[in-house]
Design a protein. Sequence first.
Length: 370
Amino acid sequence: MVAVNTAYSASTYYSAAASQTGNTATTGNATSTSTTPVETAATSVTLSDAAKAALATKDFATVLTETHAKLKALLKEAGPTNPLEKDKLALDLSSLDARELYAMASNDGFTSDEQKAAGLEMQRRLEAALAGPAAVSKVTGNYHGLYKAAAEYLDSLGPEEKAAPDWVAARAAITEGLKQLQADPKKLPDAGKDDPVAIYLALVNSGETTTPRPITDIATTARKTLDTLYADATAAGKAATFNKNTTVGTYIDMSKFDSRTLSSIVLDTSGQFTTEETRAANMALKAKSGAALLAGFQSAAKSSDPTAFSQNVISIYSSMSAEERLAAGWSEDFYKAALGSYQSTANLLNMFSQATSSNSGTGIMSWFAQ
């Protein structure tokens, strides 16, 4: 999705959007299809057909105009004049949706640094979508969930991006990978140079995945955002408050901050936040963490695989940054417990399956499917 300085930079989906300099003229509506969460459902985001249709109704010219305005506002709020610094992201672009990000990366109405910054954010999002499923595949030796996650991520992107040759090549490679996995889910597919999963795994092994913004920089941005919210409340003649039941003040909803931003406030390594702010951020972060665990449990409850919940916990843990784990209280012991649960359950299932198969010709998994 962005040119990376590695041996894999010639491969498609890591070099696509940021290297395009011509105007993108493709417009139109995407066909709405129902989606299902990836096997690590606790970390997936599924848009309804109505939501996807709404995103696709704008023509691309409108998307470009709105993206320019949003980028200008983000730069003004955060302070830097450039979203890129020393070839690394210097601006949080997480508020841009997939079409806006692709518009920024692929259109020459943006500077080369802005295009590259968008490309880095696109790469970060793909890596974030694959991190949890990749951790599960490493534990289980099964690559199906990882390729399924890649397919669903690619399918969630906008119509302009899905019309680009790089997307087409990447999606074809994932389709081929899933086809090969039908024969042997524990053998890493050979789907060619356009396979974004293979590229991602190679980058992980070489330690060349995208570097997250320093937590101190995120904290600085969070401080400015909170100050802006306070100023807006004052301008409206109301007091800012973290009490959502307020009838006279302006409620500051911490749940709208992403987990890494909340973690920067909770950890407050630079001493920028008040006790009330860190308490509110801590409550919001715990709510997000609890919701992820609940989603993982509910997904596992619908599965015929007794190890599903352990796999979901492993996926959630692995998709979090070190700061998010620390702030949310997810220690390494928590991961080890999930890993131990998976291994012990898998071993018991294997032993029982062998016993039941030799005695009755019926495997244990058929019991859970009834």
